[in-house]
Design a protein around this ligand. Structure first.
Ligand SMILES: [Zn+2]
Ligand SMILES: [Zn+2]
Ligand SMILES: [Zn+2]
Length: 98
């Protein structure tokens, strides 16, 4: 899904083509264009998930992290309570703020 935003706030990136190429997953330290530590094929098989805090991780990385910290799921980067945001939700919220 492609959405064109007139004012783009650089706090979160959803489109892979606007991503900073040096951005890495905070858990496995692999680039987002690559794969998590357990996958071999980049792409749909190893999607990204981002939280309401706007940090994003490989789905597999954050799932593993949340399993290990299931009593108190926090974002590994900012230590805020982890709440996952879908792209649709994120875009809705962004649209609502405009
Ligand atoms: Zn990762
Ligand atoms: Zn993966
Ligand atoms: Zn965070």
């Amino acid at each position: 899904m492609k959405v064109k935003l007139k004012s783009f706030t650089p706090v979160a990136y959803w489109h892979w083509d606007t991503r900073d190429p040096d951005d890495v997953c905070g858990i496995c330290q692999n680039q987002f264009d690559g794969v998590c530590g357990t996958c071999k094929e980049p792409g749909d098989g190893c999607p990204l998930l981002f939280g309401k805090c706007t940090h994003e991780f490989h789905l597999h990385c954050i799932m593993q992290w949340l399993e290990q910290h299931s009593r108190k799921p926090l974002c590994p980067l900012c230590k805020r309570p982890w709440e996952e945001a879908t792209a649709e939700k994120y875009q809705e919220e962004t649209a609502a703020q405009q």
